[in-house]
Design a protein around this ligand. Structure first.
Ligand SMILES: NC(=O)c1ccc[n+]([C@@H]2O[C@H](COP(=O)([O-])OP(=O)(O)OC[C@H]3O[C@@H](n4cnc5c(N)ncnc54)[C@H](OP(=O)(O)O)[C@@H]3O)[C@@H](O)[C@H]2O)c1
Length: 295
């Protein structure tokens, strides 16, 4: 099949490009080659390449900055996916769009998880834009997959784990407060790319949740990661109140991959298993990135 990946140099975009290239004819582009907010550019590239599936990994993902840069957040996170949905519809292609746990308000009691049947109610501007994109896509084309994921990490790009590693390596004795009352499922972008490949193969349609199995807090994630990396740290648990951020985050971000499971398609692993595999594969590279000042 011919696949077009947008946001191809991002964390998930790079893993999707790598995984899907093995079995498909992939064109992967990022902002420097194709701005998804430019409707005529999107139409021209889509018409030229004639993809069977368009995969949108592009987004304005800096959740706090979305609060202050609302116009840009709207353009990238709502108008961009809308342009891709129209292009997909015009070309007879399927659109796979990545959405987020932040469409939910997090008011469920832990460990109750959000399923695809739960009503979204975003509490941050980022969440508002991502939900608006979901609605726009559903309006424009039936031939779509909306895949909600959460707490992504991968080897490429920046993420929470890399930040925690840099802070610990720079000064192992410095106490770093890490939030211990928000719950979610850390998800490896490589595993998610494999899940996307499986959905494409099985001809999936509609809205799916796709996160790792199990859940933890940011504090548990940071300490488990650094322990697995065998890097000393001085993380201290703190509450959300003690660590205010411009954007409000859901206290409970746990998603249940209910539809994937019902259809026998769920290949997401337990978060600790995937984190161990991630560290096993990339420990040296992660350490070197910090030493060379890339993280
Ligand atoms: N990261 C998470 O924890 C998380 C959690 C839940 C859901 N998601 C969703 O998962 C998807 C992938 O996230 P990610 O972590 O891989 O994000 P990422 O690393 O920030 O990658 C996003 C990519 O999109 C590009 N981009 C930004 N504006 C664009 C535009 N106008 N046109 C084309 N490309 C543009 C970015 O380029 P620049 O870097 O040059 O701006 C970047 O390469 C997103 O839809 C995100 O909302 C992420």
């Amino acid at each position: 099949m011919k696949l077009m990946i947008l946001g191809g140099k991002g964390q998930l975009g790079r893993d999707c490009t790598k995984v899907l290239n093995e079995t498909h004819d992939v064109m992967s582009v990022d902002l420097d080659e194709l701005d998804i907010t430019d409707v005529s550019e999107v139409e021209a590239v889509a018409e030229n390449f004639r993809a069977d599936v368009i995969i949108n990994c592009a987004a304005f993902t800096r959740v706090d900055d979305c609060e202050t840069e609302q116009d840009l957040a709207c353009k990238v996170n709502i108008e961009g996916p809308g342009n891709l949905a129209v292009a997909a519809q015009n070309q007879g292609a399927q659109l796979i769009h990545i959405s987020t746990d932040y469409v939910f308000d997090g008011s469920k009691r832990v460990p109750d998880a959000y399923t695809e049947k739960d009503d979204p109610n975003p509490i941050s501007y980022y969440g508002v834009t991502k939900l608006a994109a979901e609605k726009a896509i559903r309006r424009i084309t039936d031939n779509h997959i909306i895949l909600r994921t959460a707490w992504l990490y991968g080897i490429r790009g920046q993420n929470f784990l890399k930040t925690m590693l840099r802070l610990a390596m720079n000064d192992p004795k410095r106490e770093i407060k890490v939030v211990s009352d928000q719950f979610g499922s850390p998800t490896w972008s490589y595993r998610l790319a494999q899940q996307i490949a499986k959905l494409i193969k099985s001809g999936g349609q509609g809205t799916y949740h796709a996160t790792s199995e199990g859940y933890c807090t940011w504090y548990e994630l940071a300490t488990d990661f650094l322990d697995k990396m065998d890097v000393p740290h001085s993380f201290v648990p703190c509450t959300t109140e003690e660590y205010p951020t411009p954007a409000t985050r859901p206290m409970n971000s746990i998603l249940e991959n209910q539809r994937l499971k019902e259809l026998g398609l769920n290949l997401m692993e337990d978060w600790k298993t995937d984190l161990a595999e991630f560290v096993h594969r990339f420990r040296d590279r992660l350490i070197n990135e910090v030493r060379e000042g890339q993280t």
